[in-house]
Write a protein that binds this ligand. Structure first.
Ligand SMILES: NC(=O)c1ccc[n+]([C@@H]2O[C@H](COP(=O)([O-])OP(=O)(O)OC[C@H]3O[C@@H](n4cnc5c(N)ncnc54)[C@H](OP(=O)(O)O)[C@@H]3O)[C@@H](O)[C@H]2O)c1
Length: 156
């Protein structure tokens, strides 16, 4: 049985991806959510072979510990779907550093950290799939929102 980890899977597109993977036979779905109760609810709705796992991408300091604990508890991850994201709006010239750092952490550095942690195991086992869900929204340079700076899809 393959194991898939989907970040931000408690709602929205992440939940839809989790449901889609869950429908496929032979895939255990790890429903990532930053608030465990939300993940529990979503996993319960999906049913057997859907397991809630807590994963907060904004916690840069202990992100690797969170991932290690998921792997220790649920086994190796074969499929990683980097779906979680935040959309901070604002003008690039004056958006606050906190918002910018948060966006970079959740949309880019967090997903990159997950890839860096999980790819070596995928290589060793000879199987791995990574999907990066991203966004781009560029109405004009003046109004350019933060997601343009943090396109996780550019990892590939
Ligand atoms: N919806 C669109 O039209 C659209 C278009 C293009 C691309 N996308 C991309 O698709 C992805 C999902 O979008 P969506 O519309 O489903 O978004 P959404 O409904 O806002 O859901 C975002 C998910 O990310 C989670 N999340 C936010 N911050 C997190 C953090 N620090 N750690 C872990 N999880 C966190 C949220 O958790 P909480 O429930 O706890 O907040 C939620 O589960 C995003 O990457 C987005 O950029 C969406």
């Amino acid at each position: 049985m393959r194991t898939a980890l989907i970040t931000g899977a408690n709602r929205g597109i992440g939940l839809a991806i989790a449901a889609g993977l869950h429908r496929l036979a032979g895939i255990k779905v790890l429903v990532g959510s930053r608030r465990h109760a939300e993940g529990e609810k979503a996993a319960k709705a999906l049913g057997e072979n859907a397991v809630p796992v807590q994963l907060d991408l904004s916690e840069s300091e202990n992100l690797s510990r969170q991932v290690n604990s998921i792997v220790d508890k649920h086994g190796a991850v074969d499929i990683l779907v980097n779906n979680a994201g935040v959309l901070e709006s604002g003008n690039l010239l004056d958006i606050g550093r906190d918002k910018l750092n948060h966006s970079l952490q959740v949309n880019f550095l967090g997903p990159l950290e997950l890839i860096r942690q999980l790819v070596p195991g995928m290589n060793t086992r000879g199987y791995g799939r990574i999907v990066n869900v991203s966004s781009g929204w560029v109405p004009s340079p003046r109004d350019c929102p933060v997601p343009l700076l943090t396109p996780s899809v550019r990892l590939r």
